[in-house]
Design a protein around this ligand. Sequence first.
Ligand code: BGC
Length: 745
Amino acid sequence: MKKLFLIFSSIVVISLSGFISNTPKLSNDEIISAKVDSVLSLMTLDEKIGQLNQLSFGIGWGPTIKVAVPDEYKAQIREGKIGSFLNAIGAEFTYELQKVAVNESRLKIPLIFGLDVIHGFKTTFPVPLGEAATWQPEIVEMSAHYQAIEAASAGIHWTFSPMVDIARDPRWGRIMEGAGEDPYLGSLMAAAHVRGYQGNLSDLNIIACVKHYAGYGGAEGGRDYNTVDFSERTFRDIYLPPYKAGVEAGAHTLMASFNEIGGIPSSGSKYLLNDILREEWNFKGFVVSDWNSIGELILHGFASDLKHAGEISLNAGLDMDMESRSYITHLKELVDEGKVDESTIDESVRRILRIKFMLGLFDDPYAYCDKEREQKNIMTNDIKLASLEVAKRSFVLLKNEKNILPLKKDYKKIAIIGPLANNSVDPIGGWGGLGDSADVTTVLEGFKNYVDGSSQILYSKGCNIDDQDKSGFKDAVTKAKKSDVIILCVGEDRDMSGEACVRSTLDLPGVQEDLAKELLKTGKPIISVLMNGRPLSINWLNENANAILETWFAGTMAGDAIAKVLFGDYNPAGKLPATFPRTVGQVPIYYNHKNTGRPGDLKNHYTSKYLDLPLTPLYPFGYGLSYTTFEYSSLNLSTNKITEDDSIVVSVKVKNSGKYEGEEVVQMYVQDLVGSVTRPVKELKGFKKIMLKRGEEKTVNFTIHEKDLRFTAADMKFKSEPGLFKVFVGTNSVDVNEVQFELID
Ligand code: BGC
């Protein structure tokens, strides 16, 4: 075996050195392509097919850290039948697996190890919806970078993240994994994640996987995996941009989604996987299926059996098969029958080998399996501080009656109440990686750390998150009565959002609202801390609590972050990345809707509205308060007519008119008044997060170019059209000032 490896290495080296010395100006890409071709030329068809096969280690979903590598796996790796594992983690364990590939397989091609590092490997950061609420791509990039450091130290080369699916329906539990409802914000977050994970790969970062391509968030009824069917225009203008942004940011892989769109399952769609992705966007990386999404073509009614499914997917451009075993079982037969061309397989193998070369795995297959680095890099102080910082920035202040927040430091007794008050499991959120509740600070602990004995803290759980048991109410009310203020921690548990976690109501589960009603009777002020993975309909809290802080699932440092924000060490500045409806009956509800021919008007019966609800959501997209106040004035345009080659500068003055220094996300929206197709009432086109001291005023500028006004027009071309445009600037998508300009021919 060793001999063969030496021969193989020398073939690569000899052929490359010849190649390189003749053409000294080869780019890195060309060098890698030459190396890839050189390896490919040595491979048998079976070995090629093996590279396209990805298996999950162990049984079920969870990551496996250390077990003896079963003989069955060893044999498959040895025979070159596995190109990649998911869910095998840890420096030591991945080393063991890699050793079999590198020492015992004929061509010594290293394995690539993937894992769902969604918002943290061991140190958990806020769930992605919370990260998006920062409206700070640079913070999200930093977060992804730290997550990459931890994962890469534990043998992981590749994360199945970011999820960039636009979600307009909060019943869909996976809204928690993405950046919400808006294509512009979603695109910036997608790109930030990709940059953060991948950085410079030679610094041992991890490669990103933009998922789930495409349109997965459009599931009918919010039911996970369900049918998706929207117009090509909506697909291109609303759903596709974040995937494209991820590709443009350099993502090396994409994941094909489970769903169908308009009758074609994504995992068998040549239109998506080849025409758009490779031809329009020039994507050079590889595409992995979602878990058994190739096999699921059968139940979709798109393939007659697993063999047919493999034929469809490979020919469509899906390179790596996660867990359906269709490729490994049937591709050879399909080649023999002439249904799949070997050159198509070659192309997929090339794409995968290219990434393995880029990761440096052919030079040092064990680079990511260094036990010392693993010990040193995981849960460092720096990473925990980064998690704390992102958490504070992800919180959204939804209500603050009479400026009850920040909390006064002289409260003698504080009641911390609710099923999420001393809960160290749920703040980890769904897809929490190796996040361990033992590392999480609860709200109760956060408060105790913060007040350090200067106030008395009384705790009562009150009730569970999701059952009908009210036996804990009495203790909660007793403690509340003895206190000056109640911190009421309510919301969802971590398993209520994420994959397959769909809810048909958006209300607080169980008897949590009843607990709040009992507490209200004590007359003590209620500060509600929400933990949840989706927008909720919290009308009662909105009317009755004195303050509400949305904290999503904030990760390892949740409790400390919450205490610091409630006491005003950090002035909250997050904004909602998704609309909060009043009731699930309003869903889907999103800010960038169309006007219709009969816009809702409560005084006019024959208009687009509900008989039993106001027109508006509970909290609009972009909404979020601060402990201070901001005044907007002097909204101006540098000109009110532009041609295609000009740009226009929008300026606005923003003043901190309140008592605290604070940050504000200044948001700019545009409306195209008349088009060859109808246009949304508003579309986010820019935002800036600024810091203002007390009394300070700043002028904020945005530049609009013609390219920012493009959309998929009646002729299906992506272009702008001359005419009038409104520009709205303000603190959220509703509270805005407006001006108008014209785009002329
Ligand atoms: C999910 C993906 C995930 C994959 C691997 C699937 O069920 O849809 O998001 O990356 O499993 O864990």
